[in-house]
Write a protein that binds this ligand. Structure first.
Ligand code: GDP
Ligand code: MG
Length: 462
């Protein structure tokens, strides 16, 4: 089993046979039973997102969410194998290696609700040459008792806000009758607050821009029992989904509404039907994840599903307001979202949008400031000669204007009025930076330095 989450940094999980998994699960968001308050391990997130290999790279965040004990972590460990093997032919591994990574199995008792992030990001080169950092996110939640509905809804909403691919893991075993079968689309339909939270958030976000608030939603149906009706895999899945998402006149208006909104909130939606993995996987207390105990049909489905999500061609990068974001920028979103969850109530869609807009503006400020610093460094950085104060002022004015123009031209959420305080803050920060450049520049001026008596004296001696 994988190393426990806790301290930070990358280490290597125990391995067995030829399968090697680097990294460990980090519990980045936690909600302890009975406490109903989320805590964010900002240091852990920082360690991952600000690591030098990825902080300035765009990110693809793949999350798996859904009810407890439905094989989410088990699936994620195959994601890890694929990434670790760099998508090579035999990535699935050998027959006898146990399955390592995010902790899975662990009996029927769950202890925490929360979110785990794999400590090691994987860098994948896309066909256009761009390097993207892939982050894997596991969610934990019971979805099984009223007291925890809020926590689960929160974790579900958070993981959807933060990911570029949300794999919504559902089991058909529980929903064998036709009525429930129909409900597959209503994200955790028995917790009606979750879809409402989303659809309302999506509606508000769409009012502000023409970009969909979320990217890809993939329904992953485990133990699909009706292969005679819809075949396993994505083709059967998408046919099934089209039928389930169809809006029909005889549907209750609320159901119509949910369908409509889900479609408008995500850039794309897919569905994959997984076969049952076999009785050893489902029932055996001794099963350790080795491939030889898993049904061939299930393994074949994994070989199709995982590259569909993670291959260099298919990766979906995280976008906010239509713009790809870097790992460093993602940190702002983590921080803003967690702030709004710091209360006993489910967040209002309005505050979710506000948090997104806040992080969006903050990251525009940071990017603009970086641009100013880069330009000024090039002109008068540490290794550049002293320049006269008038020339320095002229350059500052020039770059200040171009940086503010850059900030204004960036697509931001919340509209110009919302962005105004952030613009002011940017201007103030640029002036502080300018002052830093002035004093660095002054220190290079030997003539000015020579005016101080001690230096003057020592010059005289020479
Ligand atoms: P999680 O709580 O959703 O993360 O579930 P886990 O990944 O911890 O898996 C819970 C149990 O389900 C384990 O005993 C797995 O062996 C088993 N399992 C994994 N995948 C599947 C599946 O596709 N179908 C069934 N029936 N069981 C599965
Ligand atoms: Mg799990």
């Amino acid at each position: 089993m994988a190393t426990a989450a806790g301290d930070h940094g990358v280490e290597t999980s125990k391995t067995n046979g030829s399968v090697f998994v680097e990294g460990k699960p980090l519990q980045v968001i936690q909600c302890k039973e009975g406490e109903h308050k989320l805590t964010l391990d900002e240091d852990a997130i920082r360690d991952v997102l600000l690591s030098p290999e990825i902080c300035n790279k765009n990110v693809a965040v793949v999350s798996v969410a859904g009810a407890f004990r439905k094989g989410k972590s088990f699936l994620l460990d195959f994601f890890l194998r694929y990434l670790e093997a760099n998508g090579s032919e035999d990535w699935l591994g050998n027959d006898t290696a146990s399955l390592e990574g995010f902790p899975w199995r662990g009996g029927s008792e769950r202890d925490t609700t929360g979110m785990l992030l794999w400590s090691k990001p994987f860098v994948i080169k896309r066909p256009n040459g761009e390097e993207v950092a892939v982050l894997l996110m596991d969610t934990q939640g019971a979805f099984d008792s009223q007291s925890t509905v809020k926590d689960c809804a929160t974790v579900f909403a958070l993981s959807t806000l933060l990911s570029s691919v949300q794999v919504y893991n559902i089991s058909m075993q529980l929903q064998e009758n036709d009525l429930q079968h129909l409900q597959v689309v209503a994200l955790a339909s028995h917790y009606d607050k979750v879809p409402k939270l989303f659809t309302e958030y999506g509606r508000l976000a769409l009012q502000q821009s023409d970009c969909t608030p979320f990217q890809h939603l993939e329904f992953l149906v485990r133990d699909w029992p009706y292969a005679y009706e819809y075949d396993y895999g994505d083709e059967g899945g998408n046919k099934f989904l089209t039928k389930k998402l169809a809006i029909e006149d005889n549907q209750h208006p609320e159901l119509q509404c949910i369908r409509e909104h889900i479609k408008s909130c995500f850039s794309s939606i897919g569905c994959f039907l997984m076969p049952h993995p076999g009785l050893k996987v489902a029932n055996s207390p001794h099963f350790d994840g080795r491939l030889q105990d898993i049904e061939k049909e299930f393994k074949d489905a994994l070989k199709k599903f995982i590259p569909m999500v993670l291959s260099a061609e298919n990766l979906v990068v995280k976008k906010i307001q239509g713009e790809a974001i870097t790992a460093k920028q993602l940190l702002e979103y983590f921080k803003s979202y967690i702030k709004m969850y710091d209360s006993d109530e489910l967040p209002e869609p309005k505050s979710m949008l506000q948090a997104t807009a806040e992080a969006n503006n903050l990251s525009a400020v940071a990017t603009a400031k970086e641009q100013y610093i880069r330009d000024m460094e090039e002109f008068c950085g540490g290794d550049k000669p002293y320049v006269g104060p008038d020339i320095l002022k002229e350059k500052h004015d020039h770059y200040l204007n171009s940086t503010l123009e850059f900030f204004d031209s960036k697509r931001k959420m919340g509209g110009p009025e919302f962005s105004l305080p952030y613009r002011t803050r940017l201007e103030e920060e640029l002036i502080q930076e300018y002052e830093r450049f002035i004093s660095n520049n002054d220190s290079k001026n030997v003539f000015a330095a020579a005016r101080t008596p001690a230096v003057f004296l020592s010059l005289m001696i020479i």
